[in-house]
Design a protein around this ligand. Structure first.
Ligand code: GDP
Ligand code: IMO
Ligand code: MG
Length: 459
């Protein structure tokens, strides 16, 4: 059977941690979309692992697969594998031959386009990893796939077609000088060929490439349990999210089938667990109706709640909501129920894991955006355009806060040890989404999770 882990908000809900908690009972952990824009954290015995490409089951020694729906930067992958190796882990990671490779020019173009868009406030605040440009090339049938790296002739002919066109875009569309304004090596066929052929050789030498769907079907036939690890979150899904402030793939559960090569009945026959952060955090631009305070450069001019700046700072500090690389503050807000109702429908959640309730401890009151008001009407789910979403006013409901607790002890004692007011809050969420709560995160560590249902062992 399968378990699919999906972010139900804007990313960083604690997906990696839940993959780790439930990962003991599975054999293979598979990423089905995204690339090294992800940052998934596993904390075990005080050690923190930040994983971008290596599936989070690696910390438990599980086989990891990067499915055909992923975009893979081999450089990042090998760096991450080497760094984990130095920490005593030797992850067994396989990469789908149908997955697309991120090349240096994708990163350069990601940066250029964000820069240009920023003149009109249209930038998404991307991670700069070249994700969008790589998916563009995939859809434009000019991408280079992982399987191509193992075949020198194909690799060279693909590069010879695509690189001159990338050069033309930089020079003729953006009016930049390759060499002076941008790194010339990223646009040099010979250098790219040698570097990526070497990556291909290492992939082959280490037996890392697979025919993903067939590989997974064999494992299922042999009785293995498979976990699909979503990256990003439903509201930054390219179809179901707040376009254009989105990523370029589908984090929603349906993509677990398309992005790995198993049938939708396989994914749908298993569990689909929505990972929820007990408040909102956002890295990037665009509207956010429940936003508290504001963050320069990300919050739109008329957005946020300037009067709640102190509260925003408290939640941001308690939750460590600062960019892992840049240290930039992340935007924070109250839980947005219309966003979660939208996610529950789009993904068909069978269970929820609600994280970070410890972060809200100590607040006198905790609010949630229960519904929106739009044109004088109550709206229980998200409107389809982001412009209309920006016009929504959040109707807030207030819950009594809960005190800080010895969260490790709470996790050990179980659900009933969670402070009563926090349980009232959790149960409200579960009832509104008509979905049972499988787990509650009360801290970052593996042992700081209250597990009510283990979806794999309980089958
Ligand atoms: P992901 O991208 O969804 O895997 O989430 P990230 O790892 O980017 O961000 C979640 C952050 O919150 C990480 O630093 C986690 O260690 C941490 N975290 C996860 N669950 C909890 C929780 O229940 N409480 C607290 N305080 N931190 C948590
Ligand atoms: P995990 O898996 C939070 C956001 C970026 C930007 C938009 C597009 O750790 O939850 P991209 O580089 O993908 O083209 O950027 O999506 N974004 C994320 N935000 N968590 C993530 O991943 C994200 N991956 C991308 O900030 O707004
Ligand atoms: Mg993350």
């Amino acid at each position: 059977m399968t378990v699919t882990i999906v972010g139900s908000q804007l990313g960083d809900e604690g997906k990696g941690g839940i993959v780790d908690v439930y990962g003991d009972a599975v054999d293979v952990v598979v990423r089905y979309q995204g690339g090294d824009n992800a940052g998934h954290t596993v904390v075990y015995e005080g050690d923190e692992y930040k994983l971008s490409l290596v599936p989070s089951g690696a910390v438990r020694g599980k086989i990891g697969v990067l499915g055909n729906g992923c975009v893979v930067n081999p450089n990042t992958l090998f760096e991450e594998l080497d760094a984990l190796g130095e920490r005593g882990l030797s992850p067994d990671v396989r990469v789908a031959e149908r997955a697309h490779a991120i090349l240096p020019y994708h990163r350069v173009l990601d940066g250029i386009e964000e820069d240009v868009k920023s003149d009109d406030d249209l930038e998404a605040g991307t991670t700069g990893r070249g994700i969008g440009p790589t998916y563009e090339d995939k859809a434009g049938r000019r991408g280079i796939r992982i399987g191509d790296l193992l075949d020198s002739e194909t690799l060279r002919s693909r590069l010879e077609y695509v690189v001159p066109r990338k050069r033309a875009i930089v020079e003729d569309v953006y009016d930049l000088d390759i060499g002076a304004d941008v790194d010339s090596e990223a646009f040099d066929v010979d250098i790219l060929f040698e570097t990526y052929r070497d990556f291909g050789e290492r992939l082959r030498r280490e037996g890392m490439t697979v025919n993903c769907g067939a590989f997974l079907q064999d494992r299922l036939d042999a009785g293995d349990e498979i976990m699909f690890e979503g990256a990003q979150g439903t509201s930054i899904d390219i179809d179901h999210g707040i376009y254009p402030y989105v990523t370029s793939s589908n984090p929603t559960a349906g993509a677990a089938a398309v992005g790995t090569g198993v049938g939708p009945t396989v994914v749908g026959g298993g569990e689909v667990i929505g990972i929820v952060k007990a408040y909102l955090s956002r890295v990037g631009t665009g509207p956010l109706p429940t936003e508290l305070g504001s963050v320069e450069g990300q919050t739109p001019e008329d957005g946020g709640r300037p009067e709640a700046e102190d509260l925003a700072t408290t939640i941001r500090d308690e939750g460590g909501e600062y960019g892992t690389v840049t240290g930039r503050p992340r935007r924070v807000g109250w839980l947005d129920m219309p966003m979660l109702r939208h996610a529950a429908r789009a993904n068909g959640f069978t269970g929820l894991a609600i994280n970070h309730i410890d972060v809200l401890a100590g607040l006198e009151e905790v609010r949630v955006g229960h519904a929106y008001t739009l044109d004088g009407e109550e709206l229980l789910t998200m409107p389809p355009t982001t412009e209309r979403w920006g016009e929504c006013e959040a109707d807030l409901r207030t819950f009594d806060g809960w005190d800080d607790a010895d969260w490790a002890a709470v996790a050990e004692d179980g659900y009933d040890a969670i402070p009563e007011n926090a349980r009232t809050y959790l149960e409200y969420v579960g009832e509104e989404l008509d979905t049972p709560i499988y787990a509650v995160g009360v801290g970052p560590g593996r042992e700081e999770t209250v597990v009510r249902v283990d979806p794999v062992s309980s089958r």
